[in-house]
Design a protein around this ligand. Structure first.
Ligand code: AMP
Length: 363
């Protein structure tokens, strides 16, 4: 393994933060970085992207273009990323030149559902029962163990419900195996959850953490529709959530903002998945918390003291997908409502175009 480069922390305003990936998360990270006086350099394959519109510098190149990665790494002080399917080889290459935060370890755990669930189980945290699936006999045996029902998920590259199949007693397993087409997968037992929440925790190089109150999420067609702060949790669940988030961040020796999606069940919290980055469900922290997740991530990777993650308001964030963005005038007329556009020109169905956050007083 390549030895990790020491962090040149704390970074002073004027330093340059490299961001791999050009989507809306990269855009909002670049905006937050600019607020703290940093330059940003976005690296992404797309010609135009939400993030490059607001960054100081940008490189358009593929993730395996080593000369371009070298030029990018040499132009920045620290590198972060805004999506978890970035090839680990890309991160490993950049890491030979500049610190990459969060480290490749978090990425490796988050990129593979088997590794991720095993990691959580080994930490003593609750997860749905899960089984490794490489063949149809594996799948039949796993379905027997889960009373004939479950969710089949590809181990890698699944998002927004893609690479997932809900299996029931009468599901045609041959057809499913054909669709899976040899990709490694896991079968998860169906969790009868009461609600879905996400936890956001930030950790800096000194090991300080700042944990946000849990957010409650509602999905529509497998895509996040709304996130609400606070989530409806008992005091015991809220404490469990807080402790879980800190335990995971510490076990990963994590630096940056980490998102953890969980199921709330009568028996306690089960971890569904983690994202080693800022998260869509945390967008409302921009407007409802003293220090939002984007500024917090920049503070953490720059080695600054973490900001105050507590909320000054309650909030509901709604994603505007596809043509829903055309309703912006209605949203703009509402009080205590904050609009955030991503600069995308084509409103394709289901595409995240913008989000709005409505604040209400904290009771
Ligand atoms: P994921 O891609 O793992 O985040 O799953 C997408 C959505 O599918 C989750 O937000 C849940 O609504 C649902 N889901 C995933 N896994 C399970 C499970 N084991 N039991 C019940 N629902 C699930």
């Amino acid at each position: 393994m390549t030895p990790k480069l020491p962090l040149p922390t704390p970074l002073s305003p004027g330093a340059c933060i490299g961001i791999v990936g050009g989507g809306q998360l990269g855009r909002m990270l670049a905006l937050a970085a600019a607020e703290l006086g940093f330059q940003t350099h976005v690296f992404c394959p797309e010609e135009t992207s939400p993030a490059t519109q607001v960054a100081s510098l940008s490189t358009q190149a593929n993730y395996d273009d080593q000369p371009a990665l070298d030029r990018f790494a040499n132009s920045v002080d620290v590198v972060t990323y805004e999506f978890e399917n970035i090839p680990v080889a890309t991160v490993a290459h950049i890491e030979t030149l500049k610190p990459v935060l969060p480290s490749a370890k978090a990425l490796e755990v988050a990129q593979d559902r088997w590794v991720e669930k095993s990691f959580m189980r080994d930490l003593g945290l609750g997860v749905a029962d899960f089984y490794d699936i490489t063949s149809e006999p594996d799948l039949r045996a796993a379905l027997d163990a889960t009373q004939g029902e479950g969710i089949l998920k590809t181990r890698r590259f699944g998002y927004d419900g893609k690479g997932q199949w809900r299996l029931k007693a009468n599901t045609d397993l041959d057809a499913i195996m054909a669709e899976l087409n040899g990709q490694p997968a896991i079968l998860e037992a169906l969790v009868p959850f009461e609600r879905e929440i996400s936890l956001l925790v930030a950790r800096n190089p000194t090991g300080d953490t700042a944990t946000y109150d849990a957010l409650e999420n509602v999905h529509k067609n497998h895509i996040l529709h709304t996130s609400t702060l606070p989530a409806s949790l008992t005091q015991a669940q809220a404490s469990q959530a807080h402790a879980m988030a800190e335990k995971i961040a510490k076990a990963l020796d994590y630096i940056g903002v980490l998102a953890i999606e969980c199921f709330v069940t009568p028996q306690g919290l089960l971890v569904n998945e983690i994202a080693p980055r800022v998260h869509n469900s945390g967008h409302l922290t921009q407007d409802a918390c003293h220090c939002g997740q984007f500024e917090q991530h920049i503070r953490a990777i720059a080695g600054w003291p973490l900001g105050d993650a507590s909320a000054h308001s309650n909030a509901v964030m709604t994603n505007l997908l596809g043509e829903e963005v055309n309703d912006w005038q209605d949203w703009a007329a509402q009080e205590a409502t904050y609009l955030h556009f991503y600069g995308k020109t084509q409103a394709k169905p289901g595409r995240k175009m913008a989000h709005v956050t409505r604040l209400t007083p904290r009771r």
